[in-house]
Design a binder for this molecule. Structure first.
Ligand SMILES: [Zn+2]
Length: 266
């Protein structure tokens, strides 16, 4: 799935976490940032696909395989491997806790610092996990899903229920959750009501709608790496045609215009 939707998904999760936390505005902003960072973080493993990878990292680590092949293979540092696992989510969230402690060590004990930064770590962890779940319904291609329980070698997903990107309907659902929850948080600062229940319900509704959209795609996008050249263009067009059907001509046109301005595969 595309990076922008992943980042926004992490942000959507953290709007709910923020409604549960009783912390300062600055701390809430850090929680939101941490969720968005967690949502995007797993795709750091596309580094091996970078055109300068072989002359930099490849040379430094004396790797015996070009980056382009590493990206498509099943080494622990390949795409969809270690960085697409629960293990990495927990380790990096813990590492963030350690970094915060380093800055706070003069004021707080290790335990106290970890306790105080629990929402920041939780937002990162959940944002990261949502990314892994969102990648599972993409095509089998070279990996067959994500290495969810690394170091186990089993990959989960690769079901081909959605195309790699241009899932504009899903993007709009995620964006709606963020905007409605942001509104809930703003109103909550003026009027007393239970924002936790409302923001959780909004997230739950968003997730349900998201799953409904995935499960009702009228096309199976699944394919293996060997078929890439043969099916890629056809499936890309099919995915866009489905989006046009779902969103209608006008909204689809707006999304296509927006897509043109996003400097990422979107
Ligand atoms: Zn990913």
């Amino acid at each position: 799935m595309d990076l922008l939707s992943h980042i926004l998904s992490g942000l959507a999760i953290s709007t709910v976490i923020v409604s549960f936390s009783k912390v300062s505005k600055k701390h809430k902003a850090v929680i939101l940032f941490s969720g968005a960072l967690g949502g995007g973080f797993p795709d750091f493993d596309v580094l091996s696909h970078w055109s300068q990878f072989d002359t930099t990292f490849g040379k430094f680590f004396e790797l015996d395989m070009p980056g382009f092949q590493i990206y498509h293979s099943k080494r622990w540092y390949s795409h969809h491997a270690f960085l697409h696992s629960l293990t990495a989510a927990a380790l990096i969230a813990g590492l963030i806790g350690c970094v915060i402690y380093l800055f706070k060590r003069k004021e707080k004990t290790f335990k106290q610092s970890f306790y105080d930064s629990r929402y920041i770590m939780l937002a990162f962890f959940l944002g990261f996990c949502v990314h892994l779940l969102e990648d599972m319904p993409t095509p089998t291609y070279a990996w067959g899903g994500v290495n969810f329980f690394w170091p186990s070698g089993v990959y989960f997903g690769g079901t081909g229920e959605i195309w790699w990107w241009n899932n504009y309907d899903l993007f709009l659902i995620i964006l709606s959750v963020i905007l409605i929850n942001a509104l809930v948080l703003i109103v909550r600062s003026y009027v007393k009501f239970n924002a936790r229940i409302i923001s959780t319900l909004i997230l739950f509704s968003g997730v349900s709608l998201y799953l409904y959209q995935i499960k009702t795609r009228p096309f199976d996008f699944n394919y293996q790496k060997a078929e890439h050249g043969k099916v890629f263009w056809e499936y890309e067009q099919k995915s866009k045609a489905i989006q046009k059907d779902i969103l209608g001509e006008r909204l689809y046109g707006i999304m296509v215009e927006f897509d043109k301005h996003v400097p990422l595969w979107f």
